[in-house]
Design a binder for this molecule. Structure first.
Ligand SMILES: [Cu+2]
Length: 292
């Protein structure tokens, strides 16, 4: 018994990436059928991977595939932790809000997927990352979820405990996400650069880097985002890199290798505490020049 329900899609309406511009005009999230609790139970059955192998100074969280199931250690230290993903699937750690148990999460998934949003904080991830992503993990309970299109697996609970004392990486580019803006350098170097991304706002945020097509202005993109019309065809820009939604107070390090050029940085997430307009419409847009 293994119904393929993508529990991740319950937050899919929040993961408004460039691929889903048309969703921005939708006024409410679409509900999906419940996740199969047995699938989740199966996915959590294997917790055999060794914890705490060190990548330099920084402890690692290794995610593996064991007998077709995601496998994770049951404990890692707090502080900077490198995600070593050997599972072959795109995965992301997710923090359970204080007081929320793994059992409560899985039970809620089975009953009311939208309610899960009140139980968790996403940490973000990037498919464009060069090398390992490092998360600043605060103590608490975590799961790791398969974030692929067809994915439905979830492994946990992972307890994040005492601090390792590891030194956080030194970033080349430091970005704060706030309500509603980016504190970001206007110019950075081309080639591999380590970004430190901090959500210092009161809402979840994401960081999407796009390159506008020739002759397209940011106003055109905003008009498209704000349009009630169903959009068709490819968007008038190229998606260059993306850090997916991250919760309040979270920090992560990701290396991106951007070629020289002019880019736009923006956040498409809806203002859940306000008018549900995309954060970009409230000013969460910045220009970024990458130079050789
Ligand atoms: Cu935002």
């Amino acid at each position: 018994m293994n119904t393929k329900r993508n529990w991740w899609r319950l937050v899919g309406w929040l993961l408004i990436g460039v691929m889903a511009l048309g969703m921005l005009s939708a006024c409410s999230p679409k509900s999906q059928a419940g996740a199969d609790p047995e699938t989740i139970a199966e996915a959590t059955a294997v917790l055999t991977a060794p914890a705490g192998q060190m990548a330099g100074d920084i402890p690692v969280l290794t995610i593996k595939m064991v007998n077709g199931e995601l496998s994770a250690p049951d404990k890692v230290p707090s502080g900077p932790v490198a995600l070593v993903n050997e599972s072959g699937l795109p995965v992301e750690p997710i923090r359970l809000n204080d007081g929320v148990t793994f059992e409560e999460l899985t039970a809620t998934l089975a009953e009311n997927e939208e309610a899960v949003l009140d139980l968790i904080s996403l940490l973000g991830s990037s498919e464009n990352a060069v090398g390992q992503i490092i998360y600043d993990l605060s103590p608490g309970q975590y799961v790791v979820a398969d974030t692929s299109e067809e994915g439905d697996a979830l492994v946990g609970p992972i307890t994040v405990g005492e601090p390792s004392g590891a030194t956080p990486p030194t970033a080349d580019v430091n970005v704060d996400l706030v309500d509603f803006n980016f504190a970001i350098p206007s110019e950075i170097k081309a080639g591999p650069q380590l970004w430190q991304i901090n959500n210092k706002g009161e809402q979840w945020h994401e960081l999407v880097i796009i390159k506008l097509d020739e002759g397209v202005a940011m106003d055109d993109v905003m008009a498209m985002i704000m349009s009630e019309e169903e959009t068709s065809g490819p968007p008038p820009f190229e998606m260059v890199a993306m850090w997916s939604p991250m919760g309040v107070g979270t920090t992560a390090w990701v290396e991106w290798d951007l070629p020289a050029g002019a880019y736009t940085v923006l956040c498409f997430l809806p203002d859940l505490k306000g008018d549900f307009q995309p954060h970009a419409a409230h000013g969460m847009v910045a220009n970024l020049t990458v130079t050789n």
